[in-house]
Design a protein around this ligand. Structure first.
Ligand code: GLN
Length: 277
């Protein structure tokens, strides 16, 4: 079997399972399974492939056929140009969240203390520690297993992050210039209707925002003021239909300059607010 045949075979396995971007995923599978770069993939299409490489790539495709997200099979996801280890204990970092990180980086100044609440893989905290100059980054999660992954991600990306195991603010004792959070925000009854990749494999703890999906925003709105310095900023990722509700919560808790920002598709995606000076 040559590389082209292997590629076609993987694409057909993925198509049978109705995986949407079969061609792209087939390339990722071969890239990973054979440790082959993209240019080599095209140069070697007519070359014979070893039994071992065929078996490795087909084994990945067979798992993917069960709708296990490719990121969990390969164990990695790129975020803000950095590699993050992912397992089923953490949410797979999303491209949407890069918008939040890019926006907060505009506000961060040297010497600031920043807290990432519900850090999961650590993607937000680690990227900020990597790209902002001279900031102290802390990151919280309730899940010890998630914190282990986040710690590995900080180490692998050569940054210092202070990780704290805590149910929201319970174990937090300091104040911060900025609190950032992409909390679980899917309504409980909607979780069951998500695509199988998400519903069956991503941690529900990281998805489920309880009955109306707003549970964690309510907590963040009520409690983060106590952990922000005067003028400190709260920066949230939200679901596309949560902008007005979350903005109202922040206003009711005394946040100023509350603003809802849209993502590249024009959907509400982030809410920002500041404590009074
Ligand atoms: N902060 C992490 C992320 O943005 C995890 C979010 C979560 O678990 N809800 O990917």
């Amino acid at each position: 079997m040559n590389l082209n045949d292997l590629n076609e075979k993987i694409i057909s396995i993925l198509n049978e399972a109705e995986i949407k971007e079969a061609e792209l995923e087939a390339f990722y599978i071969i890239e990973h399974g054979m440790e082959l770069s993209r240019p080599m993939f095209f140069l070697k299409k007519k070359d014979r492939v070893s039994e071992q490489d065929i078996n490795d790539c087909i084994a990945i495709a067979q798992k993917r056929r069960q709708h296990v997200p490719l990121q969990y099979i390969l164990g990695t996801q790129e975020f803000m140009g950095l590699n993050f280890k992912v397992t089923s204990d953490v949410l797979i970092p999303r491209q949407d969240t890069e918008g939040l990180v890019e926006e907060v980086l505009k506000y961060i100044r040297p010497g600031m203390k920043v807290l990432d609440m519900c850090t999961g893989s650590g993607c937000i905290a680690v990227s900020i520690a990597k790209y902002a100059e001279n900031v102290q980054v802390s990151a919280v999660d309730i899940s010890r297993k998630a914190l282990e992954i986040a710690r590995e991600n900080a180490e692998a990306n050569h940054v210092q992050v202070n990780f704290i195991e805590s149910d929201m603010f319970q174990q937090i004792a300091q104040t911060y210039d900025m609190i950032i959070s992409n909390p679980p925000y899917i309504k409980s009854h909607v979780v069951a209707a998500l695509m199988p990749e998400v519903r069956d494999y991503e941690p529900h703890l990281a998805l489920d925002g309880k009955e109306d999906g707003l549970y964690f925003y309510r907590k963040l709105a009520r409690e983060s003021g106590k952990f922000l310095v005067p003028g400190g900023m709260l920066c949230l990722e939200i679901g596309y239909d949560q902008g007005p509700d979350v903005a109202k919560m922040l206003q009711e808790q005394g946040f100023l300059k509350v603003r809802v920002k849209q993502d590249l598709c024009g959907l509400d995606r982030n809410v920002y607010g500041n404590m009074p000076e």
